[in-house]
Design a protein around this ligand. Structure first.
Ligand code: DC
Length: 273
């Protein structure tokens, strides 16, 4: 049985396969989805897991832990799709700034989340391109300003909620590699492979410093370190989906490791299962 319905504005296609579900057909009708999406909330993660056998590798971690670089390389090596979930929050931040929205106005930001069209162009050998409402926002998205605004917007529960199904829709054959803060804990709690990447704050600030200097952006190491520590605190202390390792995640400390070494360690987690 397949049903499709709009939940909080997103079209959801769900193949119902579980005998548990069939024994409760009344909760699986389209009307139920449409009228009771809030009541369904506690079941969504479970339903997702029951109806998807696509392999998923989640890579969570703090800013600058290398998860973006590592995830993209690993996805290319595995030939799986890639979702940079932080780019979604950054895209909302950029769209909000284009529309002069106030970061202290949650309802405007929630509306902006529903109204913003975000597309990825992921081609091997070139930077992941992010198109926001039809315009290439790749560079604006990667600025420290967009990162800090994304972190503030990401603390609004309704914004997170509005992005749940959009993120889950990336799970497609032959597999998905996804990075963020809550991929293994909230968005894909039943993922088969989970990694939590860490690195010392000073190494993360240095990596970011090198990246920005290479791009010709003028920054100071001290300023970046302060920004990283503030973002860590905001992302891990928020009440909804805080940054933390899933209980079944493998933690890898990337301090002092080369990219290739981290890629190999991550691949070995996938190959070991
Ligand atoms: O990974 P990033 O630096 O691009 O993410 C930008 C911000 O978005 C980050 O500070 C916190 C937020 N974020 C989140 O709350 N949950 C995610 N899954 C990904 C990012």
């Amino acid at each position: 049985m397949t049903t499709s319905a709009k939940i909080n504005g997103w079209l959801v296609n769900t193949a119902i396969q579980s005998t548990d579900c069939r024994s409760k057909p009344d909760i699986m009708t389209e009307n139920f989805f449409q009228n009771n999406c809030l009541a369904l909330e506690p079941y969504r993660g479970i339903m997702f897991a029951m109806t998807n056998s696509i392999p998923i590798l989640t890579i969570d971690g703090p800013s600058g832990s290398g998860k973006g670089t590592i995830s993209r390389i690993v996805s290319q090596k595995l030939g799986w799709h890639y979702l940079d979930s932080g780019a979604l929050y950054r895209a909302i931040a950029v769209a909000a700034s284009w529309n002069d929205l106030d970061l202290a106005d949650p309802s405007a930001l929630v509306r902006c989340t529903f109204d913003t069209d975000i597309a990825f162009e992921d081609e091997e050998g070139s930077e992941l391109k992010i198109i926001v409402n039809g315009a290439d926002a790749t560079h604006e998205l990667r600025t420290e300003t967009a990162g800090a605004a994304a972190s503030a917007i990401a603390a609004i529960p309704e914004v997170r909620e509005a992005l749940v199904e959009r993120q889950r829709s990336f799970a497609k054959a032959p597999g998905l590699v996804t990075d963020g803060r809550d991929m293994g804990t909230v968005i894909f709690p039943e993922a088969q492979f989970k990694i939590f990447l860490t690195a010392s704050a000073s190494e993360r600030a240095e990596r970011r410093y090198k990246q920005l200097i290479d791009k010709g952006v003028s920054v100071t190491l001290d300023g970046l370190l302060r920004e990283i520590l503030a973002r860590d605190a905001r992302d891990s202390q928020r009440t909804v989906a805080p940054l933390k390792p899933a209980h079944d995640a493998v933690s890898i400390d990337t301090t002092g490791l080369a990219i290739d070494e981290v890629v190999q360690r991550v691949l070995s987690v996938v190959q070991a299962k």
